[in-house]
Design a binder for this molecule. Structure first.
Ligand code: B12
Length: 243
């Protein structure tokens, strides 16, 4: 059963095409080296925020239409931060830190390892090289990828919300659904994600309920300098994401 807080977060974000999953900071820190730890109590409550395929239509297009773009960063990132800032305003009496997927520390490490957070919250299984037996890649660097049971790879991990003062020592951890079960498929998944992610194929490694619309695919496949034109707006972008 969702707590009233969780319900309030869902009620704000679900209509915009986002999903949220609770976690304890300790679950996240527990699988990471100290250099990546989040500086909060191990029992502090956090939520992973995912964008599902419909976020583009439900949040991003209206955001662009309302001309809310400040042109300081990638438009999708601005849209996400706009909505999460509004959400923050719903909890004026609660300390809430929002950590975005694109935020970097001064040492150039990401502030949050979004995939690790998604895995430990149960949102999406994080398939890494070490989840494969007898891998064929030798010295090559192989990046891992999260797969969601309903959306496959058609989603992005946008942020982690941390409530430093809400301690939940008894929060129950749900394991992520392991939907890419065979060694062969895991190899195919990591090859596809690492060597030809531009063809979108890795996203369909499981049967999915929803994909990005053709318009959304075109948007992400368009070079950043032409994306605003595609949306009927003037100007060029300097920052971009492809998620
Ligand atoms: C930097 C970055 C890149 C870099 C480097 C990639 C990398 N993984 O290092 C580059 C530019 C290459 C890149 C490319 C892409 N990226 Co990228 N990228 C990121 C970013 C910002 C940080 C990743 C990072 O530096 N991780 C640091 C490394 C060290 O972490 P790690 O490998 O996971 O290692 C840790 C775990 O193994 C953990 N660990 C150890 N044991 C265990 C055990 C368990 C059980 C667990 C859970 C963890 C764990 O400890 C390690 C650290 O010590 C993330 C967003 C974010 N904030 O996380 C997106 C992200 C990983 N990228 C994403 C995507 C989609 C892409 C691209 C397809 C698209 C694109 N626009 O470029 C390509 C595909 C990759 C490719 N073929 O090039 C998505 C992946 C979504 C998913 N389904 O998993 C993310 C999460 C962004 C998002 N908002 O959703 N990316």
């Amino acid at each position: 059963m969702a707590t009233p807080l969780e319900q309030a977060i869902r009620d704000s974000l679900a209509p915009l095409g986002f999903e949220v999953y609770p976690l304890k900071v300790g679950w996240y820190n527990g699988v990471l080296q100290p250099g990546f730890h989040l500086p909060y109590s191990e029992d502090a409550l956090a939520y992973v925020v995912l964008s599902t395929p419909s976020m583009f239509e439900k949040a991003f297009k209206p955001f662009m239409k309302q001309q809310r773009l400040q042109r300081v960063r990638d438009p999708v990132d601005e849209c996400v931060s706009y909505h999460l800032s509004l959400l923050k305003g719903n909890f004026p009496d609660q300390k809430l830190d929002v950590i975005y997927d694109y935020e970097m520390l001064p040492n150039r490490r990401p502030r949050i390892l979004a995939q690790t957070a998604a895995h430990v919250s149960g949102a999406a299984y994080y398939y890494q090289r070490k989840d494969v037996q007898k891998d064929p890649w030798g010295e090559k660097k192989i990046y891992g990828v999260c797969i969601h049971p309903e959306f496959g790879g058609w989603f992005a991990i946008r942020a982690v919300l941390v409530f430093p003062d809400i301690l939940v020592p008894f929060l129950e951890q749900r394991p992520p659904i392991d939907c890419v079960t065979t060694n062969e498929k895991r190899i195919a998944l990591l090859e596809s994600f690492n060597f030809h992610w531009q063809d979108w194929e890795y996203r369909d490694i499981v049967d999915v309920q929803e994909r990005y619309s053709e318009e959304q695919k075109t948007y992400f496949a368009t070079p950043p300098s032409e994306r605003l034109k595609l949306l009927g707006l003037d100007g060029e972008l300097t920052e971009s994401s492809h998620y």
